[in-house]
Ligand binder design. Structure first.
Ligand code: NAP
Ligand code: MG
Length: 404
């Protein structure tokens, strides 16, 4: 297609990033997006040097732009640690951009594997993607913990703004031990449940939520109660979309997931989501095949690949060596954003373009053209792989033939 026939009504927020994924980002834009689409991209450069230069204001501005326009697409970015501060001569170790954006959007992260026929999941029964929705606030991730040096009484004390103090005995220690105080808030749990329901509704996926309310009769039970209330509030919508909700004990959910064909949203408490998303990711093959979307409770979306900036490959690239980095998840970040934009704008031709681009990627891999990461997990295994550029060129040719 020579002329740009597909027009996108509303601007999309584009967040550029770091290292190898920045190299890929450029290739995707030049070869797969710009030649075919008439789209206004509001560009925010989240390169670590630009975050440093703007005192991280660029990240906050990007997040606010997503709030305003509704859909963003993000390249992977460096979360600086001490080593990176030295490497890039930064003013300080700026916080994780994903964390900043997540807290401005009050969002929940959903990770979804991309399924291709010649990369069979490690679990035989898995046929469709299992999407993990992780509640990314509180519990042990915002806990206070303490090494108990010796005998003594541990108490949980709550001092209300007005009224009487409440104290509960946690344990009468006879000797040394450990102690942990953790919390969550109704507001955060509600946002999490709403984001899960929005996502399940828009993707037409059934929801499973697992916790351990038989043991944790107040803490976990509160999650179960709030989730159920939010589901009840959207009962008619969910029924119309054919989306069902199931609560089960977390161990039951884990056992049943291993025998399930997939195609569902698994809503997880923070720790469960951390652990289970790594299990699901490796079960489906490669980090290069895992996408991620941040959804706010009021339906704003930010799409990205689940992997990082692939530093090792970037350093090869800088030395002038050829690389074989998988761009699939980054391309799917773009198609996710385009399809969502098209859905919100009521422009089916944009959704159609996104589907064609996704099909082009999947067919490329299924025809045996793949990057090195997949050669070890594909069926049958192979020694043949293409370069980073070679893969994207192959996808571009496939796409062009679909658009004719
Ligand atoms: P990484 O970028 O996820 O890569 C780790 C390893 O996984 C790579 O060295 C590579 O293995 C493999 N891999 C990941 N993505 C791949 C792809 N698309 N194609 C082929 N192989 C892939 O993690 P990292 O290198 O440890 O982290 C680099 C930076 O990313 C860090 O500064 C971190 O802060 C940042 N990070 C950002 C995000 C984000 O923005 N969402 C998420 C995580 C990490 P081989 O070396 O074996 O080929
Ligand atoms: Mg983890």
């Amino acid at each position: 297609m020579a002329s740009k026939e597909v027009k996108i009504k509303t601007p999309i927020i584009e967040m550029d990033g770091d290292e190898m994924t920045r190299v890929i980002w450029r290739l995707i834009k030049d070869k797969l997006i710009k030649p075919h689409l008439d789209v206004e991209l509001l560009y925010y450069d989240l390169h670590v040097r630009n975050r440093d230069k703007t005192d991280d204001k660029v990240t906050v501005d990007a997040a606010n732009a997503i709030l305003k326009y509704g859909v963003g697409v993000k390249c992977a970015t460096i979360t600086p640690d001490d080593e990176r501060v030295k490497e890039y001569n930064l003013k300080k170790a700026w916080p994780s951009p994903n964390g900043t954006i997540r807290s401005i959007l009050d969002g929940t992260v959903f990770r979804k594997p991309i399924v291709v026929k010649n990369v069979p999941p490690a679990v035989r029964s898995w046929k469709k993607p299992i999407i993990i929705g992780r509640h990314a606030y509180g519990d042990i991730y915002k806990a206070v913990d303490f090494v108990v040096p010796g005998a003594g009484k541990a108490e949980l004390v709550y001092t209300p703004e007005s009224g009487d103090k409440v104290s509960l005995v946690v344990h009468e220690f006879k000797g040394p031990g450990v102690l942990l105080g953790m919390h969550n808030t109704n507001k955060s749990i509600r946002s999490f449940a709403q984001a899960c329901i929005n996502y399940a509704f828009s993707e037409k996926k059934d929801i499973w939520f697992g916790a351990k309310d038989t043991i944790s009769k107040k803490y976990h039970a509160k999650f179960k109660e709030i989730f159920q209330k939010e589901v009840d509030a959207r009962k008619d919508d969910l029924a119309k979309a054919g989306v069902t909700y199931r609560y089960m004990l977390i161990d039951d959910a884990v056992a049943q997931m291993m025998k399930h064909e997939g195609g569902i949203l698994w809503a997880c408490m923070n720790y469960d989501g951390d652990v289970e998303s790594d299990m699901v990711a490796s079960g489906f093959g490669s980090l290069g095949l895992m996408t991620s979307v941040l959804v706010s409770p009021d339906g704003k979306y930010e799409f990205e690949a689940a992997h990082g900036t692939v530093k090792r490959h970037y350093y090869e690239h800088l030395k002038g060596n050829s690389t074989s980095t998988n761009s699939t998840a980054s391309i799917f970040a773009w198609t996710g954003a385009l399809a969502k934009r098209g859905e919100m704008d009521g422009t089916p031709e944009v959704v159609e373009f996104a589907k064609k681009l996704e099909a082009s990627v999947i067919e490329t891999i299924e025809s045996g053209v793949m990057t090195r990461d997949l050669t070890r997990v594909c069926e049958p295994p192979t020694d043949k792989y293409v370069t980073t550029e070679g893969f994207i060129d192959s996808v571009a040719r496939n796409l062009e033939s679909k658009l004719k």
